[in-house]
Unconditional design. Structure first.
Length: 142
């Protein structure tokens, strides 16, 4: 499970960095990703919402980081978070099918969400079927 923990924590950099950028710069990251917002880029409601969702996204990363510290004890939470990542990738895929690909940055984001979300779920399920090697070293209370 240690390799899974390292992989998850490596990808946690994404919500940490992009969440902070969204909180500080509003729609700036969307424009960088290729959105053509024109005068809408200065809309206070849109920028407020992007900042809000940036904070939520940053917090998601913090909770995922925490859950990765205790992959066996926090299995339900970890799987819920990974399922949410996979679901977000499916939402992006649905949008791409309906409206077209959003450009290279968000197409990569969609791919990472689909592959990492699903991959982490499968990896965790597989690793959970094997006994914890540290459990044998713990004294039994029985």
């Amino acid at each position: 499970m240690h390799a899974l923990k390292i992989a998850v924590r490596t990808l946690c950099v994404i919500p940490f960095v992009t969440g902070v950028i969204d909180m500080v710069d509003g729609v700036g990251l969307l424009i960088f990703a290729g959105a053509h917002l024109g005068s809408v880029a200065c809309d206070p409601v849109l920028n407020s919402q992007i900042g809000f969702w940036g904070a939520i996204w940053f917090g998601f990363g913090v909770v995922l980081w925490r859950a990765s510290s205790h992959l066996r004890n926090e299995a339900v939470l970890f799987r819920l978070l990974c399922g949410t990542i996979a679901l977000s990738g499916l939402a992006r895929l649905g949008s791409a099918l309906a409206y077209g690909l959003p450009g290279p940055v968000l197409t990569v984001a969609m791919s990472v969400e689909l592959v990492a979300g699903t991959g982490f779920l499968l990896w965790h399920a597989s690793a959970s079927r094997h006994p914890d090697p540290t459990a044998a070293a713990q004294p039994s209370l029985a």
